[in-house]
Ligand binder design. Sequence first.
Ligand SMILES: Cc1cc2nc3c(=O)[nH]c(=O)nc-3n(C[C@H](O)[C@H](O)[C@H](O)COP(=O)(O)OP(=O)(O)OC[C@H]3O[C@@H](n4cnc5c(N)ncnc54)[C@H](O)[C@@H]3O)c2cc1C
Ligand code: FES
Length: 499
Amino acid sequence: MNTISVWRATAPEAGFPTLQEEITADVVIVGGGITGVTLALNLAEKGTSAVLLEAHNVGYGSTGNSTGNLYETISKGIHHIVDQWDSDTARAVATARRAAVEQIDQRVRKFDIPCAFRRCRLYRYATSGNAQESVEREYQGSLKAGLSVHLEKALPTPLAPPSGPVLALDNQAQFHPQAYVRGLARQAANQGCRIYENSTVIEVDKDKRVVRTDKGKVTAREIVFATHSPKGVHLVQAEMIANREYGLAARIARNSFPSGIFWGTGVERLSIRNVDVDDATFLVCVGEEHKTGQENAKISLDRLESSAQAHFNVREVAFRWSAQNYSTADGLPYIGRDATGCFIATGFATDGLTYGTLAASLIADQIAGRDNVFAPLVKASRFSPLKGAKGMAEETASVVKSLIKDYVINRETTQLSQLMPGKGAIVEFEDESLAAYRAPDGTLIAVSPVCTHMKCKVHWNSVETSWDCPCHGSRFAPDGSVIEGPAIEPLERRFLTGQ
Ligand SMILES: Cc1cc2nc3c(=O)[nH]c(=O)nc-3n(C[C@H](O)[C@H](O)[C@H](O)COP(=O)(O)OP(=O)(O)OC[C@H]3O[C@@H](n4cnc5c(N)ncnc54)[C@H](O)[C@@H]3O)c2cc1C
Ligand code: FES
């Protein structure tokens, strides 16, 4: 199945060159999503020499596969921060996030970035009776966090009547995330940041402060991993869960759906919005979250489509996609310098357009030696076992379960001869277990199924034609090359004779 998000399909071209030389800078930023690009502009505005290296093109990662909503609260519910931490922490989170949304608003206006930015209301509501309690808890939590929430009786049409009152939060925002980051990247480049696309970092020497791509090398005083999950082995990976989520955009008549952020919770959890792109209007639905590498992607995407059809009489689905998010055990992101000496920005859950913007301000401040009031709360080296105990235990159990299941219990394997074109599967070949994919033209591509990050075994993702690791979310193309996640090295290639 061909998957691409409505944002990636409709964004203006970026068009930055590939790194082909050896250069130096004060800061090298790895990753050109909202975190990396915002940091690039922050540094350029202060005259700091910076280089940004993006493996694909600007906004290619989760930024270009998100829902494009910007809000002060957090999607899981800010009452979780009140419960796990306290009201002061929840207030600090909401205040910092409000400032980040405001910064985006100001930059869109200052640089006149055509990215359909608009202020709107956020609605949170229950779609079944048993979810009403969580809306009520979120109302109380929001008040404690200082959010100007109020309750409404109904949702605008054509949304189905909710099960109970609707929590409304005014003055939030929406935009076209990839158009925004590309506009921002152009500003950063105009102000002196050197940006390179199609420049995957394949080696990092943290001691010598050098990063290498296959054609070039950057030596810098500071290395920033703005790669969503930091590259290589970092302590925070043990406290994060990698999830995949699915999105679709269906063409609808203009003005047939109200503007706003609509979060329905209940038996199914859906995030819904509309967007006008050129002459077309799309309804965007996002949901069906599950742990990476642990569900059938095709079934998840089909379920999302069925929900959209059931609620909104959606006919033609124009775009389908999926993307990754990383959530932390204690509910707060990790931002700042970690034990490796590099800067990281991760654990944003599904709130990273705002957290990424905030992370960029925080890291720019730390590089310049300026104080940042939010920094101690989200520092990358924190250890908060009591706040994250349950999540950490669950995540450790999940990694251990994946290891045991895949190493001790033999995974179901397919006969190589029965592997159909376009399919991937774990196969046995000459006493070795292999991750094999048969391309549509019949070519067989086989790699080792052992993830190069920390040796869990990868699982086939039929929708995105990739090998996904259930432990920390590394994903690999059929030829073994890294798509995303903490792994740096590709899966080892195996060449089969006589196949
Ligand atoms: C379905 C979905 C919907 C979401 N909706 C929202 C939303 O509405 N609002 C919100 O706030 N958040 C949302 N999020 C979360 C948000 O999209 C992310 O948290 C955010 O985009 C992260 O930005 P980032 O810049 O840190 O990472 P990314 O956007 O993933 O950027 C990282 C970049 O690093 C590059 N990279 C990786 N490895 C290398 C390498 N070795 N060398 C060079 N470059 C490399 C990648 O190509 C990528 O472009 C959503 C997430 C999902 C999954
Ligand atoms: S991503 Fe960590 S073991 Fe695969």
